[in-house]
Design a protein around this ligand. Structure first.
Ligand code: CMP
Length: 140
């Protein structure tokens, strides 16, 4: 299986509730390694840019408002099949549809405040990692 990197975000609902360690533990338990990590707050403009692909969706402005409302942790996860593995560990976008034992099932509040984001494919993973990190900030 290929070793991949993927972008992971721990969202404001999770930093607010002080449960970031519990969430990070799920990634590490699944064999994903954190090779870059920082706590930041997105401006409205940066959140709009990150979620540009969703601009026409009805939830776009609420999403941007939420993602710029508080601290987030952005991180690069590395491991075999990291993109798919991260998505499995996160669970479905809507916590009501998320499988037992997933982060969103156990911690998410709603489809918007769903605790985590993860890249959805190899190209987005590269784009999203480059959005937040310089190469020298990624340490294996
Ligand atoms: P995320 O993986 O960060 O990508 C886009 C986000 O939009 C998604 O997680 C959800 O948190 C949020 N969102 C809010 N409403 C919806 C919706 N109706 N359908 C899909 N995503 C939504």
């Amino acid at each position: 299986m290929p070793v991949e990197r993927t972008l992971s975000i721990i969202k404001p609902d999770a930093t607010e509730r002080n449960i970031t360690g519990k969430i990070i533990d799920r990634f590490e338990e699944a064999g994903l390694r954190i090779v870059a990590q920082k706590k930041i707050k997105l401006s409205v403009q940066r959140a709009e840019k990150f979620y540009e692909v969703h601009r026409e969706r009805p939830f776009f402005s609420d999403l941007v408002k939420f993602m710029s409302s508080g601290a987030i942790i952005v991180q690069v996860l590395e491991g075999e099949n990291a993109i798919l593995k991260n998505r499995e560990v996160m669970g479905a976008t809507n916590p009501e549809e998320a499988a037992e034992g997933t982060i969103r099932k156990d911690f998410a509040v709603s489809i918007e405040a769903n605790s985590v984001h993860g890249s959805d494919g190899p190209e987005t993973a590269v784009e999203e990692i480059n959005f937040f990190f310089k190469e020298e900030e990624i340490v294996t």
